[in-house]
Design a protein around this ligand. Structure first.
Ligand SMILES: [Zn+2]
Length: 603
């Protein structure tokens, strides 16, 4: 090629790029683009790793020497593109992971740049097509829809989401029935006679929920992994409650069986959890002694060639639940110690009252305490944190908004004499099931999870209070899906687990608390912010409320995707008003149950 010609085309290309990006483009960026495009057109040259790395080198320099946000974002985006194309040819996961890192940086560091939505979309594609993790891909595509609602990639992301939903539904129809039958038989064999309701529902609940596997829904030619791995075992224990979480690297079939204590052998209750086609991770201790609760030790072993077994030794046991949460896949075991109380009665719509028969002298105050109805310690749970930003709108992150609100609310509650605990006070990631476990094992009397909402329609706004129950509306399902980081389809699956969990949770009390908090907050805050949107009290299955022993609610303060709401959420004046209203609601709830307790005392 004559030199003059190539010089001309260089100039043309340079001008075109300069014009398109609305500013000066670093010469290295231009060289990178040229190299990238020529490799895309020449598959035989594209087979060489060194060629891609050379292109990456140009973009790296362009990034380092970038003088504007726009050129930095462009260079990072193309570093992602280059490594993605390299990965497609090398088949090395490390290349895709590098690409993902660059896309993530575009999204985090330049959320307002045009490329951010595209980077998020490409990141989702890596999960779907290269990591073969449809569950995570689903979340990533949801982020395109919610966090980049203006992006031209939004319609395409919605299309993939619909397709994933359709595939998942088919899978449930295929898998659901068979698993249920199998497990019912095993539950019979295990003899769950002590269970409060050994009927059909209970057995259905004890089975592996017919949840969607994290296997790829779209990719046909993927080689399925031979076996899953049990990665870690986590636990939280107090004298009344224990939660054990088994973390796995993919979805597995699991079964559990309870063996009653044997006085002759001196063995305690033993709960076996068998994980099919699972290898126990080498880092996991074969035996861990747990000194401080009803759980005395956790043992794990490779039971057979392809089955891992975890055994929990439990001092005192009244009831237990085993259920799975998704993304990532983990199995949660909740164990409850017996509470020696008798049912006193139930006020219509009010708390169920139980009383220790051993008590002789009671005052109204001690009755409240006795009944487990005291409201002294409140666990505030600022949503998200760390690697999980929650909803993002205009560069504002939900995790930051709700942490600030939680601190303000905590201060108001302390001023009223409450003892306030937090699931996090810093920008750290805390898994949802750990938050509930903290509240249970620290014996909090109320649990308040603080969130801000997002919607694809920017006109949607307003304040909502949720409590744990079946989702009644599509809208509630969608909110739970977002907060649980799973698909709305999985919310439908969750309803199975929920029926069982509800036997041990305080649904009535939680609804009362939600209503008190809602009316008081709205009436107080609307005194100052007259146009505050009010979406009322709602119900949905939130992971973070599942298994909570105390009345618990989840607040959606407002919609980050609505301009007015977002402005309010950033104003301390508004947050102070909300906190005041929320506190009045909690005080009203406390008054009501104390009144009720003194009433039943007089009777
Ligand atoms: Zn949230």
């Amino acid at each position: 090629m004559p030199k003059k010609n190539s010089l001309l085309s260089f100039l043309f290309f340079f001008l075109a790029v300069w014009f398109l990006s609305g500013g000066a483009v670093h010469a290295d960026h231009h060289k990178g683009l040229q190299g990238f495009n020529s490799l895309m057109e020449n598959e035989s040259r594209a087979q060489y790793r060194s060629h891609w790395l050379e292109v990456a080198g140009y973009f790296e320099r362009a990034y380092r020497e970038s003088t504007s946000e726009s050129s930095a974002a462009e260079a990072l985006f193309y570093l992602g593109r280059t490594h993605e194309e390299l990965g497609k040819r090398s088949y090395l996961r490390a290349d895709f992971e590098k690409a993902e890192d660059y896309y993530t940086r575009v999204v985090r560091e330049f959320p307002l740049h045009d490329r951010a939505g595209e980077a998020q979309f490409r990141k989702a594609g890596l999960h779907l097509n290269h990591y073969h993790d449809a569950a995570q891909a689903y979340i990533e595509y949801l982020r395109v829809v919610y966090n980049f609602s203006q992006s031209r990639f939004k319609p395409e992301a919605q299309k993939v989401l619909e397709e994933l939903d359709r595939k998942n539904l088919e899978k449930i129809r295929r898998v659901g029935g068979a698993t249920a039958q199998k497990y019912t038989d095993e539950a019979d064999a295990a003899g769950f006679s002590h269970q409060p309701e050994p009927g059909g529902t209970m057995k259905l609940m004890e089975m592996t929920p017919p949840a969607i596997s994290s296997q790829p829904a779209l990719d046909q030619d993927r080689i399925l992994p031979e076996e899953a791995r049990l990665v870690t075992i986590r636990h939280w224990s107090s004298d009344e409650y224990t939660r054990v979480v088994l973390d796995l690297d993919s979805q597995v079939d699991y079964h559990h069986q309870l063996l009653k204590p044997d006085p002759d052998l001196g063995t305690p209750h033993r709960l076996f959890i068998d994980l099919e086609k699972t290898r126990r991770g080498e880092d996991i201790a074969g035996e861990e002694k747990v000194a401080d609760g009803i759980l005395s030790r956790i043992r794990s072993a490779q039971h057979t060639q392809d089955k891992s077994r975890v055994v929990l030794d439990i001092h005192e046991l009244d009831n237990f639940r085993v259920f799975a949460l998704e993304n990532p896949f983990r199995i949660v075991v909740d164990v409850y110690a017996p509470e020696e109380r008798k049912v006193l009665g139930t006020l219509e719509g009010g708390p169920q009252i139980t009383l220790d028969p051993r008590s002789r002298e009671l005052t109204a105050g001690s009755l409240v305490e006795q009944l487990g109805l005291k409201v002294r310690t409140i666990m505030i749970d600022p949503g998200h944190g760390g690697k999980d930003p929650g909803a993002i709108s205009n560069g504002i992150k939900e995790k930051d908004v709700v942490l600030r609100m939680s601190r303000i609310l905590g201060r108001h509650l302390e001023q009223q004499g409450f003892n306030v605990l937090y699931t996090r006070t810093r920008d750290v990631f805390v898994p949802l099931e750990e938050r509930t476990a903290m509240a249970n094992s620290q014996k909090a009397d109320l649990f308040i999870s603080v969130h801000a909402n997002a919607h694809r329609n920017p006109n949607v706004r307003g304040f909502e209070v949720y409590y744990l129950n079946f989702a009644k509306t599509e809208d509630a399902k969608r909110v739970a899906a977002r907060e649980n980081a799973v698909s709305t389809q999985k919310i439908s699956d969750l309803q199975y687990i929920l029926t069982d969990l509800m036997l041990s949770s305080k649904i009535n009390e939680s609804r009362n608390l939600a209503q008190k908090v809602h009316t008081n907050t709205i009436s107080h805050a609307q005194g100052r912010f007259t146009d505050l949107g009010d979406n009322g009290v709602r119900q949905a299955p939130f992971y973070v409320l599942m298994g909570a022993k105390m009345p618990s609610i989840l607040l959606e303060l407002g919609y980050m995707t609505n301009e007015r709401d977002l402005r309010l959420l950033q104003s301390d004046d508004f947050l102070e008003y909300m906190a005041k209203g929320l506190t009045q609601g909690i005080l009203a709830y406390k008054d009501k149950i104390e009144q009720f307790a003194s009433l039943s005392y007089k009777n």
